[in-house]
Design a protein around this ligand. Sequence first.
Ligand code: NOJ
Length: 746
Amino acid sequence: MSEVLDLLNEESRQRYLDRACKDGYAVLPDLEALKNRVREKERKAIMDGQREEVSAADAEPNHSAANGAISTSVGTGIERNTSDKTRLLADEDSEDSGRTSGSDTDDDNLAVDDDDDYRSTHSKAVVSMRSKRSMAAESQQMSRQMRFAYWFCFAVVFGAGVSCIVLLILASPTCNTNNSDNGEQLAWWQRNIIYQVYPRSLQDSNNDGIGDLRGISSRVDYLRDLGIRTVWLSPMFESPMVDFGYDISNYTNVDPIFGNLTDFDELIRALHDRGMQLLLDFVPNHTSDKHAWFTESSSSGSNPKRDWYIWQDAASDGGPPNNWQSLFGGSAWQYDNRTQQYYFHQFTKEQPDLNYRNPHVRAAMEDVLRFWLRRGVDGFRVDAIAFLLEDAEFRNETCTLNGSVSVACHEWNTMNHSYTFAQPGFHAIVRSFREVLDSSEFFNATHPKFMVGEMYAPELEDVLELYGNASSPECHFPFNFLLIGLQASDWTGRKIGNVVGQWLNATSKDQWPNWVLGNHDNKRVASRLSASLARTANFLLLTLPGTPTTYYGEEIGMIDGNVTWNETVDPSALNTGDISLSRDPERTPMQWDNSSNSGFTSAGVDTWLPVASTYTEVNVAAQLAQPRSMLQLYKRLAQIRSSEPALQHSSYRLIHATDALLAYAREYTSTTDGSGSTNNQYLVVLNFASTASKAVSLTGSGLAGYQSTGHVQLSASLSTNVSLALNLSAFDMPAGEAYLVKLTPS
Ligand code: NOJ
């Protein structure tokens, strides 16, 4: 079977598996075309062999050769024996018609994967075959016995091929190449929670006050016990650390601050040994200005790498070429004295943007992906994905206030980014990254490589385009930042219900959902909301359909640290002079215990950011000891989520939404056991209000098919007895409480 797939080119194999996953058995008729394609290649190989001369020994049919036919007839055809050659020549006429229909197949037909290649192979083979008519005559002399042996073998081979394909479809643990919930098993990236580790802040192993890879390895068991199976590591590549790793000076090495490649290999082994996956942060938009490519590019206007970055002459007044602004403050153009041109940077001036209109840049970045894939990483989070291209004409952007370019725009936030964001053509670059992940070198049907894109955009539909489509997939999903973008006042049942519906309604069945509550660029959820609502929010996160992402420390409800201006290191604050833009507070060290420096590093060590003062109360050790802590809640949620198909799969039905409450059903009916299993139906009820809701009634609001008594499996407070009977027509919801209720069909 794999040999058959090997005969297909990359694109066809992808299409085949996509269709196999999506259409199941419906794809099988295409086997005929696939078979024709295989035969065509065999013919060519045989003809090539014949041109080199057929030996007498080869021409002697025997049974072991016929066995060989079994093993090679779905293979490359290179070791084809004479009985095959004879059969192919004798079959020529009848197969001509098959080839014709094969070549008519449209682009969507997986079997005729590359029409040009197919046609040229086909015509060469036909010409060659016609010149070998004498061989066909010879073949007709074959004994009936040998013909029978051949056809018997052929039937066995073909039957085995069909069986393999059917088995592949049935036994494949997941429809790996598309994003849909196929009703049965899900891919690892659909099942698992993504846990984001900010390497500087998880664990310091060498007492320099900065987290590192060995530190992370030492906490892998903690993550596993928490219920985490996918770890996303923010950048740990060589970097001058102007933007704390998002300014990379060498994409294929670990920064000495974090360790070395051996430490990296140990980390990945530690994760894989525990059945966990590792995602790296891929930063394709810009390098560090200390990267060798930029050193070359800026060395002279004629350097071969000059065009790897975006260089422009000054405007007529000597100022920047246009009004484009940097996200981190000021003009996005930096003047270079040596070569007397400006270079473009979306972020800090130490992060020059790469020029993706130069194909060498894309090729080089694809090699970066390959480097880490070869080291075993399971996928990537793609940074700043919508910034990859800029307007080729370098037109001025307009101000959001009045749409005018004549009004000076001094801040990125006051401008329409019509020429520097999500430019035409950027999806093709994203697709090319995905193609690397799906290429034959890394293709693994049961364990596909994964890609998630980072794009904050005003229009949801622009973000959703990052899914691509079945024939040109891009990201497995783009991060869903709808929850992270909400103000505290938005956290009402109604608004959250709308937001959830917004994503789910805008996506198709093939577009797997996901939810993000926190990351290294946004205030922590416990700071955005409150410590108690952080529990409710995590309850939501882990019971919604789709992949959840948790930022380190959110499982214990860490709140933002208090980082003074003197302690501030984030360039987005330093460059703008605005401490409210600082991302340092959400990046403070992980709080492991109540020892000095919170177990992040040894006592007395100066940490890169101050440990948040809450560490004495809010820490892992304390919460492991408290039966109703946030950490215990998180573990229970992760556990139940991983074991309950209704919570893993993507079904979601809104039941009830008011200012205070949100209720939704998560229902799953097994399609494999044939029983139409009814015990996988859950109701989630959340109270986002700071007051209790009394005598809530949910019967009659979409729960008609269920008994009016449900059983609480988990509550956000962890104070409710498991299996407590809940009268769904009249129950109380304390402030901030959430219930996961098992439903029983009536
Ligand atoms: C997005 C990252 O999340 C952020 O931390 C970084 O500063 C910018 N990209 C620039 O790489």
